[in-house]
Design a binder for this molecule. Structure first.
Ligand SMILES: [Zn+2]
Length: 221
């Protein structure tokens, strides 16, 4: 399903995954610092290639979650690890009733469930994931992963405030971040798949770049 509600939810899940990966990186670094010189932990394969590449976040028995929970970190828990653990617990609760193997990354389960969600559930999911994303990014001191598309014009409001979600592979979702730009529903110039009145404009990149490319070069617009 590619209604704007579902696109927003999927984008929020991708952004949160990016933010959690950032927290995970800090947590792993803190864990490495904590075990230096601690012989009891010398056999923990923190630098293993498998860990270096993994993106699985959370789930019971997940070593990343164990680090996040500070299970064996001596001294004060790393704030990034503490926040990551807190968020993974919240995501575990949110994913508890979704399909998926026990212990599977809860954010992946949520993301996979989005296409089948009702509009209401997708909207609530977006709100919840964006809330966690903002908290994670505040801790990390990084901004949202939406990158300005220079010169690209919104087909609805004509503002050049089009942003693409830079933390995912192509084709990336694109949205208009003009404060007062909202879909007017059927007949809206946005051309958004499944136009819905009141929703922030978001498009699959393929759907909007064509429209924008046709509008931008014209000097009379
Ligand atoms: Zn707009």
């Amino acid at each position: 399903m590619s209604s704007p509600h579902h696109l927003h939810a999927t984008a929020a899940a991708a952004s949160l995954h990016d933010a959690l990966s950032g927290l995970e990186g800090h947590a792993l670094a803190a864990a490495r610092d904590a075990i230096v010189g601690t012989s009891a932990f010398h056999d923990i394969p923190l630098a293993s290639p498998a860990w270096g590449r993994r993106h699985a976040l959370g789930g019971h028995g997940d070593p990343t979650a164990s680090i996040a929970l500070g299970a064996w970190a001596p001294g004060a828990p790393d704030p990034h690890a503490a926040l990551l653990g807190d968020m993974l617990r919240q995501l575990d609760q949110a994913a508890a009733h979704l399909p998926g193997a026990p212990g599977q990354d809860p954010l992946t389960r949520i993301r996979r469930a989005i296409p089948a969600m009702s509009v209401h559930a997708a909207t609530r999911t977006t709100e919840a994931l964006e809330h966690l994303d903002r908290a994670a990014r505040r801790r990390l001191g990084v901004s949202a992963p939406w990158r300005h598309l220079t010169g690209r014009e919104c087909p609805a409001c004509r503002e050049r405030l089009m942003y693409e979600l830079a933390c995912v592979p192509e084709p990336r979702p694109v949205r208009c971040q003009a404060a007062d730009c909202r879909c007017t529903g059927a007949g809206c110039r946005c051309g958004m798949p499944g136009a819905v009145e009141g929703v922030q404009h978001i498009w699959p990149r393929d759907a909007v770049i064509g429209a924008v490319a046709g509008a931008t070069p014209s000097p009379t617009n």
